[in-house]
Design a protein around this ligand. Structure first.
Ligand code: ZN
Length: 144
């Protein structure tokens, strides 16, 4: 049984991201059944950064599962991990451009309630952008 599970798993990809060349830790996602590129750092389980719980299996490989913020991990000696996408050079641009493109395409076919909900969420995004710009401006002033 265990042997078959290993045999059906595709080979672990290269330890470098194909897009940006950054180091990644590949962990086998136990729910999605696919290799997941994790940022090569261990974050505290009770922290808020990272949306995966990662741990080593008996063979020294890594396993992971989705771990929402605020939830405690359940595996022995596990840690919180972040997807490499959060640091990948191309992902930020592609993901945010995709968000804008798909939102604009969806607007004409959305219900009134969905439109209000989207508008609310986009205001949160706008507030996060403003906050980030403000924080950076303040820290740049501090460094002078
Ligand atoms: Zn990358």
């Amino acid at each position: 049984m265990a042997r078959r599970a290993v045999a059906t798993r595709p080979a672990r990809p290269s330890p470098y991201c194909e897009d940006c060349g950054g180091d990644v830790w590949w962990a086998w996602g136990i729910h999605g059944k696919k290799w997941t590129a994790l940022h090569p750092e261990r974050y505290p389980l009770d922290g808020t950064y990272g949306t995966y719980e990662a741990w080593q299996d008996a063979h020294g490989g890594l396993l992971c599962r989705h771990l929402p913020p605020g939830e405690r991990g359940v595996q022995d000696r596990s840690w919180r991990a972040a997807h490499h996408n959060a640091a990948c050079g191309r992902w930020r641009t592609e993901a945010t451009a995709g968000l804008v493109r798909e939102s604009l395409a969806a607007v004409p076919v959305m219900t009134d309630g969905d439109l209000l909900a989207l508008g609310h969420r986009l205001r949160d995004v706008q507030a996060a952008i403003s906050q980030e710009i403000r924080t950076r401006a303040l820290s740049a002033t501090d460094e002078e």
